[in-house]
Design a binder for this molecule. Sequence first.
Ligand SMILES: *Cc1c(COP(=O)(O)O)cnc(C)c1O
Length: 388
Amino acid sequence: MDSTPSAPVSSVPLLDIGRGNQPLMDEIQAAIREVCESGRFLHGPDIKQLEATVAEVCQTDHAVSCGSGSDALLLSLMALDIQPGDEVIVPSFTFFATASAVWRLGGQVVFADIEPETYNVCPEKIAAAITDKTRAIIPVHLFGQCASMEAILEIAREKNIAIIEDAAQAIGASRGGKPAGSMGDIGCFSFYPTKNLGGFGDGGMLTTNNSELAERLRLVAGHGMNPRYYHSVVGINGRLDSIQAAVLNVKIRQLSKWSEQRQANAARYGSLMQTTGIDQWLTLPADLSNSVHVWNQFTVRVPGGRRDDLKNYLGEANIGSEIYYPVPLHRQECFASLGYEEGSLPETERAAAEVLSLPIFPELKIAEQQAVVDQIAKYQRALGSAAA
Ligand SMILES: *Cc1c(COP(=O)(O)O)cnc(C)c1O
């Protein structure tokens, strides 16, 4: 991979989408041109092909394309007929869309705390939050590693509660041999450009093994219209563009290679951090033995209130890093009326204060990873001598 003697690393981006797309550009442009010449900008063979391939990756009977990961979540809740006042349990330590989909339908957002090791929603906390009004649970496979689905499914089945997997960050991940998006009632995927499979704009996908649900998802994603101009339910325009599907059909062939490269990078961070001893200071991400982690993010915990300072220090050395997520959803202004006080979800709040995500994209070079680790080690040494 990195065989030519490399120039000294002067900067490391958090993510360089171009490095993944560049070698595929001729193929991608040909695929886009074909859509343009066919004039089939919606529906058509590219959409069908992408749905079939994602269903294969996820080992589900059905895959239904849609406009974004956010729409996938909204469409799932609409297909399950979530009504105003229905309660839906979600983590607070996630991207906004997980909770906003519930809110937009008038559902009651109920936040559950996370497991500190994986940052994924905690099954015991879910169980404690269930009431007679709970209609659905949305576990998020955060950073590319699946949530504790066995326990969550058991809780849900007992009470006939639907499970929507937010697998936006986890295409290709699995747990106990079961792919993300195949374990719950519906799986939601995003093709936002920074995700492991990113389009040239927005895109999303829904997966399910339930044919009735698949049909209903298609219906609500097309204005609830079938046949043309006859509307049995109120849906939305939630379609995926054929151009996005054409791009993704080219890119999805690389997905397993890209996942392997992310896994190799994660393993390399582990050994480099061990060599420099910073694994004794930072908490490295958990990589569960029963799971295949696809590393959408490599997220460490920085102790002692030093997270923001380390992020700035890396920034000064032109090393990209990001905080996913600095303000948990239960502390967002728009959700203030839900009444979650500071301290109500302690593990979520601690994570928001401590986490830092480092570059992990597939084409990251060894020298770049070394530079990231060296810079963190340098920061830690400076800390140590300041304290001495
Ligand atoms: C990206 C993301 C979404 C939303 O996907 P979009 O395609 O950007 O709408 C939802 N949930 C999680 C966890 C995400 O990371």
